[in-house]
Design a protein around this ligand. Structure first.
Ligand SMILES: C[S@@+](CC[C@H](N)C(=O)[O-])C[C@H]1O[C@@H](n2cnc3c(N)ncnc32)[C@H](O)[C@@H]1O
Length: 230
């Protein structure tokens, strides 16, 4: 529990904000982890680096959303996806990431076009995004870090809250024969059916695929992508 009291505020107006200690610890340790990663490594030297996010682009094209549609890339990091979406003419793109260093690298990468993007430094599980704002939710390699049932529930609730009815959800995780850890953290691995099950009947699975991702170090990582409609 934290207590903030402005000295000039009459005692009757003391504001008490309750934040669970577990949430504070989670945010601090997760954020520290990701800040260290992006301070220590160039964006091209992280295992998840792709020159272009081809599979994501393919599913995004498949959604058929308008260029004026609202897109959010959750845990977007400095991926090439945003630059490619801007080139394709998408006008309302938000990138959310827990790491300030990741967002800074993403902005550097885009140069002057960075001003066309909305940047949010936040933990996807602990932030309040605008209600039914997005036509498309994209996540490559974030959901798989949620090893606790409660965290996955919070994530899916966030998707339900902020994606428009009829909106699109593209989520990529390590596949069942993919690595057990990503960036040193344990992950949950999925197949299309088990990933779709996490989201439940409120989402229709429209398509899925597997991808063998080649890391910058020449190793293979098996991913699974699910494309669902809300
Ligand atoms: C494995 S990287 C993937 C980056 C990018 N999606 C890609 O495919 O290149 C995971 C990213 O998610 C961010 N991240 C991890 N947990 C997060 C959370 N709870 N909320 C928001 N961002 C998170 C990290 O900072 C990192 O940039």
């Amino acid at each position: 529990m934290q207590l903030w009291q402005d000295k000039s505020t009459p005692p009757s107006l003391v504001c008490i904000v309750v934040i669970p200690i577990s949430s504070i610890i989670r945010l601090m340790s997760l954020k520290t982890h990701w800040e260290h990663i992006y301070q220590a490594k160039a964006p091209t030297q992280v295992s998840w680096y792709q020159e272009h996010s081809l599979q994501s682009l393919k599913f995004i094209a498949q959604t058929g959303i308008a260029k004026t549609g609202h897109i959010i890339d959750v845990g977007g990091g400095p991926s090439a996806l945003i630059g490619d979406l801007l080139k394709e003419g998408y006008q309302h793109i938000t990138v959310l990431d827990i790491s300030a260093a990741a967002l800074e690298a993403a902005r550097q990468r885009l140069g002057s076009r960075a001003n066309e993007v909305t940047w949010l430094e936040a933990d996807v599980l602990q932030t309040k995004l605008p209600y039914q704002e997005y036509d498309l939710w994209h996540d490559r390699a974030v959901f798989h870090f949620l090893t606790e049932f409660e965290d996955r529930r919070l994530y899916v609730n966030a998707v339900k809250e902020v994606v428009k009815p009829g909106g699109h959800v593209i989520v990529a995780t390590f596949a069942s024969d993919g690595p057990e850890r990503c960036s040193g953290l344990p992950v949950v691995r999925y197949e299309p059916e088990s990933l779709h099950n996490e989201f439940g009947a409120g989402f229709t699975l429209l398509d899925s695929t597997h991808e063998i991702h080649q890391t910058p170090f020449g190793t293979d990582q098996r991913f699974v992508y699910c494309y669902c409609r809300r």
